[in-house]
Design a protein around this ligand. Structure first.
Ligand code: AMP
Length: 450
């Protein structure tokens, strides 16, 4: 069973907190760091998923969905016990049978577990998988940082060639371009392999030990367990130290050096511009060699930077009990993408708005209208109604508000003789038409609006 550090809380405090937590407080609110996806934002989500799906499937990725919670051990083993994600951010709970489960903090470990469990090791390589979904990390919420957030992610399993690193970056850039995002900058680094990284970490540790007194409290603790993370600390004094720290790229072994040179050469060949960022290490232990992130060029004060990022994780599958298999992947945060789309005023494809309003008068007409609505919907005519209202005035007012071009009115007489009144909402002109003929007539008149 995974051992996840529990904060020491006195028995009394714990009991008091538990009692407090059981009190219902009005108004009810979503938990801190989470938010509802409201109808006004739904078009952004539809658009992100649609563009990501189109791009990823055009590169032969197949969709996969894994459970939102997993055995906590998966993440301890996959992401790494000494990472912030496992030490501080992971949501864990015991279920009723005593299993220690965790809400997934990221997608790769789960996808690799599913890959191994479902016999994908025997599939022809590379295996290309993509996913969408919520992730959970307990962190201090701030602009662009939530406790529940959503990622789109993709993994290419079974290829070690540098060209695949470049293709991954290209795909992530294509998704962002398809979403209309501009002014982005690609950050690149290599964090080496099991041969050169320990040597580099030793150097880095020595450097930081000499400057220990200048570090923030958290970095002094990180120094013991996860020295690489000191490089991306956001504290001003730690950033200054990081600027002068030894750089990974200067200490790569020959193989990693050649791999990285090839990646950068290919980026140049494909005219993908990048910024070499020696402080980019990413927060998860499973990464090796190429790591990258995509940032907005201009950042608002206090906002979180990366829109997406990824890298190689050539040791992860072996770590999870599989055969040694090179792999690379990336993920991007939907909330941050939407914030960027909104601040850049990216136009969205709009869903067709109703052009026709169906008005009914009397019980028989109401029943007929319900059937008639179905016919119009199936014919692809966006139609609105207000079946709960009985007065014609109230229904016409609603039709006016919705700015539809046409209203269809079915009263007692029309319900009996199989006709419908077609009303032009601009001119107020009305025609009586057979119910059987109205769909082709409407389709013709709405031709330019559908
Ligand atoms: P990571 O798994 O940390 O590399 O995150 C990949 C992407 O997910 C980031 O580039 C962000 O866009 C997004 N992301 C990560 N953590 C959060 C968070 N706490 N809130 C919102 N988005 C996040």
């Amino acid at each position: 069973m995974a051992k996840i550090k529990k904060k020491k809380t006195g028995k009394k405090t714990f009991k008091r907190k538990k009692k407090e937590a059981l009190k219902v407080r009005f108004p009810l609110q979503a938990p801190r760091g989470t938010k509802d996806i409201l109808p006004k934002d739904a078009p952004y989500w539809d658009f992100i998923y649609q563009v990501a799906k189109e791009v990823l499937e055009s590169y032969n990725f197949q969709f996969i969905e894994t459970p939102i919670f997993e055995d906590a051990n998966l993440f301890v083993r996959g992401v790494g016990r000494e990472t912030d994600i496992i030490e501080k951010e992971i949501y864990t709970f015991y279920d009723k049978s005593g299993c220690l489960l965790a809400l997934r903090p990221e997608g790769t470990a789960s996808v690799m577990r599913a890959y191994l469990e479902n016999g994908m090791e025997s599939w022809p390589k590379p295996v290309r998988l993509y996913y969408f979904g919520p992730m959970f990390r307990y962190d201090r919420p701030q602009a662009g940082r939530f406790r529940e957030f959503h990622q789109i992610g993709a993994e290419i399993i079974g290829e070690a060639d540098p060209i695949i690193d470049v293709q991954s970056i290209q795909i992530l850039e294509k998704i962002f371009a398809g979403l209309g995002l501009k002014n982005l900058s690609l950050q690149m680094n290599s964090i080496g392999c099991n041969v050169c990284r320990p040597r580099y970490e030793k150097l880095l540790k020595d450097y930081y030990q000499l400057n220990r007194s200048k570090l923030c409290k958290q970095c002094r603790q990180r120094l013991k367990k996860n020295v690489l993370r000191l490089l991306d600390c956001k504290e001003e004094k730690c950033q200054q130290l990081a600027n002068n720290a030894p750089q990974t790229v200067d200490h790569l072994c020959e193989d990693c050096g050649n791999h990285f040179k090839e990646v950068l050469g290919l980026l140049d060949d494909f005219q993908i511009s990048y910024n070499l960022n020696s402080r980019l290490v990413r927060g998860l232990n499973y990464y090796s060699r190429t790591v990258f992130e995509i940032w907005p060029t201009y950042l608002e004060e206090g906002a979180q930077s990366a829109l997406g990022g990824g890298g190689r994780y050539d040791y992860l599958l072996k770590e999870l009990g599989g055969k040694p298999t090179p792999a690379i992947g990336f993920s991007a945060g939907c909330e941050r993408i939407i914030a960027k789309m909104q601040s850049d005023n990216v136009p969205l494809p709009m869903r067709p708005q109703p052009q026709v309003f169906l008005i009914q008068l009397g019980n028989l007409a109401k029943k007929k209208s319900l059937q008639f609505f179905e016919k119009l919907r199936v014919a692809g005519i966006p139609v609105a109604e207000s079946f709960g209202r009985d007065s014609i005035k109230a229904q016409l007012k609603r039709a006016d508000r919705m700015q539809v071009k046409w209203s269809l009115i079915i009263g007692q007489k029309e319900a009996l003789d199989g006709t419908v009144i077609l009303r032009n909402m601009e001119s107020g002109m009305q025609e009586i038409i057979d119910q059987d003929k109205i769909i082709p007539i409407l389709l013709k008149r709405l031709k330019n609006h559908l």
